[in-house]
Ligand binder design. Structure first.
Ligand SMILES: Cc1ncc(COP(=O)(O)O)c(C=O)c1O
Length: 403
């Protein structure tokens, strides 16, 4: 027998399997109503339109679309993405550039690869997107976090922590934030806090990674511009994706930043996958040009708003006294806080047995805590099962609390 483990590179020590993912495999069975994933509702996929576009792209542009392409992405598509961002209030500067990535997850990976040395600090929200933490962890990052409230990250807490760390000799490189309809908390950062965050980045000479998959379909206007738009000194690296507004299976994301940064990401990407599939870039380009995405966003907004409202109402009705939850203006998630003492990770297997699944909140906290929290996804579960799922969950938590 070969001992494969002795061949593994040292850096694999930073990679760990998600125990929650294992638990949630159970949730895929039979009668479980799952609020666990982060998937769009497949009803929002414009299947007929995409199948026509795909056939046409292969017939008419197949020589290019089926060929290798540039690492930065299809040039025409990158220009369309710039227009798309401008229409959505994201400022594109003359010295900015765009790289198309294989989902924005790859953007995060490339950013980790290019900027994070072992021991470097990344400042994050508590809670924040787990797969971003995992990327930065793989490069040996340390984290300092600041809690969120209904106005997003508490930047004053972040400031205090960052300044203390710097005094102690720590090297901080990045602030990673999802300012609008955050994953997992659903909250949106206020304009004042955005301003404060940018001032802090300026004062401490840091880069800001603005991860923005959700602002395209907030249910009411966001009362603030993207950080990228408010930024005056070129510190913001903006990432977004078509995963939630067209299709996650197409794996199209992108990064917009100063062209020097994009050049570094391009070099890193060459070694990862040469380029993002040309075929999906061509299809996505036509979908944007024909308005398929804009139409889809409007339909998704209506559907998700309805689902969110049903979930909020059910939480009010069934969740135990002493719990609270966020009221997102968009995105895919509600984050709930149960009375202290409840451990949502421990309770998950029993919840699944009772036919309902969620993601325990703990793993979204880079520095621990959050044992009494959970993330609830409202975009994917069928509309007529949301109330029943929250009822099962609320009754279960009440039972645990009354023991
Ligand atoms: C905040 C955030 N960033 C990045 C991603 C990755 O998305 P994708 O790689 O599909 O573009 C997600 C997906 O859920 C997300 O919620």
């Amino acid at each position: 027998m070969v001992d494969y483990s002795k061949f593994l590179a040292d850096r694999t020590k930073y990679m760990k399997a998600s125990e929650i993912r294992e638990l949630l495999k159970l949730a895929e069975q039979g009668n479980v109503i799952s609020f666990a994933g982060g998937l769009p509702d497949p009803a929002t996929f414009p299947k007929e339109k995409l199948s026509k576009i795909a056939a046409r792209v292969i017939e008419e542009q197949g020589d290019m679309a089926l060929q290798y392409g540039p690492t930065l992405g299809v040039t025409q598509f990158r220009n369309i993405l710039k227009q798309f961002m401008r229409r959505n209030n994201v400022k594109v500067n003359d010295n900015d550039d765009v790289i198309v990535t294989t989902g924005s997850q790859e953007s995060l990976y490339l950013i980790g690869k290019v900027f994070v040395d072992p021991g470097d600090y990344v400042l994050v929200e508590a809670p924040t997107y787990l797969a971003a933490l995992n990327v930065f962890r793989q490069f040996g990052a340390k984290f300092a976090s600041a809690p969120v409230d209904e106005n997003g990250m508490k930047v004053d807490v972040l400031e205090e922590r960052a300044k203390k760390l710097i005094k102690e000799g720590a090297r901080i490189k990045l602030i990673y934030t999802i300012p609008t309809c955050q994953n997992p908390s659903g909250v949106t950062m206020s304009r004042e806090r955005r301003k404060h965050l940018l001032e802090l980045a300026e004062e401490l000479d840091l880069l800001v990674v603005e991860d923005d998959p959700y602002s395209f379909f907030s249910f009411k206007p966001v009362d603030a511009e993207p950080l990228k738009t408010m930024d005056k000194s070129g510190r913001v690296i903006y990432l977004s994706t078509l995963s939630k507004i067209l299709s996650p299976g197409m794996r199209i994301g992108w990064t917009l930043a100063n062209s020097e940064i994009i050049r570094s990401l391009e070099l890193a990407k060459q070694a990862v996958d040469l380029h993002t599939p040309n075929l999906t870039q061509y299809i996505a380009m036509e979908a944007i040009k024909e308005g398929v995405i804009d139409e889809g966003i409007e339909r998704a907004k209506k559907l998700y708003k309805e689902k969110r409202d049903i979930m909020l109402e059910a939480l009010e009705k069934y969740f135990p006294e002493g719990s609270s939850w966020t009221r997102p203006i968009g995105g895919l998630f509600i984050f709930a806080y149960l009375p202290k003492g409840i451990d949502t990770k421990k309770l998950l297997p029993e919840a699944v047995k009772r036919g309902v699944a969620y993601v325990p909140g703990q793993s979204f906290f880079a520095e621990g805590g959050g044992e009494n929290t959970l993330r609830l996804n409202f975009s994917y579960p069928p509309i007529d099962l949301i109330e029943e799922g929250i009822k099962r969950l609320g009754n279960f938590f009440k039972e645990v609390l009354n023991k």
